[in-house]
Design a binder for this molecule. Structure first.
Ligand SMILES: [Zn+2]
Ligand SMILES: [Zn+2]
Length: 249
């Protein structure tokens, strides 16, 4: 027996189809059959397609020959996931369980995309195993994050832009706060994904590393409710406020 991750029906193994790293029953597969439209087919010869959800517009990458669906949208057959509901409570989100779940998924995708921001490239799509149903950090399969060279139009798989992590930042995605450490590309990536910079502090890399660890211990997650007081100066008293550099023009 296998369980459909969307409606939780338990069915014989042969009646479950693999879709987007998970298993779905036939009625659930049918519901989303026409959901995704191909934007880029096998860019640069890679065995990958980049698709866009016709329901919400979010993109994703997927291996050629595999079935997929949106990273964000649930549907009329979806059943609430207790873990997602727990995250929604912690973030003090308003709305139905489905709205909350989709908001968490959409924010998770944006944060993933922000990690790949770099000058001269447009980040196109990513793939996060577990979404839209589960948001587990230990699930790591992915068809990669893909971007387009703004000059040549070439589409290819991107690598994390790490760089020197000399910034400790707090940004706001709607009603959700996200803190973290990174370089200028990372903060710029969040802004490009629609986040509003609340506070960005610059300091030597070692100090930022320690401050970031302290924040994570204090709040236990990098995504917190907008009502949570996240005090960057308390953990990085010597930080230089450079927020102005990241305001959207
Ligand atoms: Zn189902
Ligand atoms: Zn969608």
């Amino acid at each position: 027996m296998r369980q459909c991750i969307n409606c939780l029906s338990r069915l014989p193994r042969k009646d479950i189809t693999d879709v987007a790293w998970c298993g779905l029953c036939t009625p659930c597969v049918r519901l989303v059959e026409d959901q995704m439209k191909v934007l880029h087919d096998q860019p640069g010869g890679a065995a990958v397609r980049i698709l866009r959800c016709g329901w919400c517009g979010v993109t994703r990458s997927c291996g050629v020959g595999r079935r997929t669906r949106c990273l964000v949208c649930l549907d009329d057959r979806s059943v609430p996931d207790p873990a997602m509901e727990g995250v929604a409570r912690r973030l003090e989100l308003d709305g139905t369980w489905r709205e909350c779940s989709e908001l968490i998924a959409a924010t998770t995708v944006k944060i993933r995309l922000a990690k790949y921001a770099r000058p001269g490239w447009t980040v196109l799509a990513t793939d996060v195993q577990g979404l839209p149903w589960k948001n587990f950090r230990w699930l790591t399969k992915s068809h990669g994050t893909w971007g387009r060279d703004d000059e040549t139009g070439e589409v290819r798989r991107l690598r994390h832009s790490r760089g020197e992590e000399t910034l400790l930042y707090l940004v706001r995605y709607g009603k959700v706060l996200k803190f973290g450490r990174g370089n200028a590309d990372r903060v710029g990536g969040h802004v490009a994904q629609g986040a509003v910079p609340v506070l960005v502090l610059s300091a030597p890399r070692e100090q930022v590393a320690v401050a970031g660890d302290r924040l994570r211990r204090l709040h236990r997650a990098e995504l917190v409710s907008h009502r949570t007081p996240v005090d960057l100066f308390a953990v990085l008293p010597g930080g230089l406020d450079v927020t102005d550099r990241y305001q959207r023009s």
